[in-house]
Design a protein around this ligand. Sequence first.
Ligand SMILES: C[S@@+](CC[C@H](N)C(=O)[O-])C[C@H]1O[C@@H](n2cnc3c(N)ncnc32)[C@H](O)[C@@H]1O
Length: 297
Amino acid sequence: MDKEKIKSEIKKSYGEIAKGNIQVGCCSTDNGCCSTDEFSTCMAEDYSEIIGYQKDADLSLGCGLPTEIANIKEGDTVIDLGSGAGNDAFIARSIVGESGKVIGIDMTQEMVIRALQNNQKLGYRNVEFVLGEIENMQSIQSSIADVIISNCVMNLVLDKEKAFKEIFRVLKPGGHFSISDIVYSGSIPVGVLDASEMHVGCVSGASEKDEYLRIIEKEGFRNIQIKKERKIELPDELLFKYMNDQELIDYKNSGSGIFSVTIYADKLEEGNCSDSSGSCCCKGVTNNSKEETKKST
Ligand SMILES: C[S@@+](CC[C@H](N)C(=O)[O-])C[C@H]1O[C@@H](n2cnc3c(N)ncnc32)[C@H](O)[C@@H]1O
């Protein structure tokens, strides 16, 4: 399917979710992804005990908890990419307080409207929600964010290199990101990855894990760490829609898998060659992503 068509399907589906026309777990049920409660609960985290949690903003669309490892501080400017109804943005607001700022960006108009309605009820004057695409954040100035967060969105972004270039641009030197996302390792059957219905549901647009980390490094980030990783078990009834018995057995025996990960990375200040891994990351002296990437669970 062509990229623009996929993008407009994504907007259409999330628009329906925002309007409350589709009941979801983490993904969109009418697109064949979260057809069971079992699957929906396996992706989204329980936010209910987290300070700043707003039930109206929680559409169970996440696949991690990016604020948990984001090291957000009072007074910070935080950008939430693919902010949905504002779930993570409002949690970030509870940390940055009155002196900070939170900007949510989302390409689905209905989501932005829903987030703005939630914000109006809360009365936060330092929280904004803007309509826009992560790959092209024209409305966001360069070097304004201390921290970027995102929850289960980058897998839906078709041009990840462009998106990470933009993330690098809007982050301040010395800033960092915490992104929860879906990635895969090994070889996932084409039927699973390519089903466009599943694309809306977080899985088909996912990147291979090492390739994803390589893009992040290529766009200039350093100290790249997978802070959390959890295997996503897709229900058999879903997989049977895309493969036969033998293919399913082969897939299960292959060691391949789909994972929810939360990734942290720094945009270093100019001339700063140190990172917490102790490895050199000066300009022009980069280790490859596998060596440089540390996994800390
Ligand atoms: C799975 S939902 C996650 C929403 C929110 N982060 C949460 O956890 O509740 C994905 C959101 O990302 C938005 N989105 C997808 N691709 C995008 C892009 N390229 N630019 C901006 N927003 C995008 C969708 O409109 C949708 O609101």
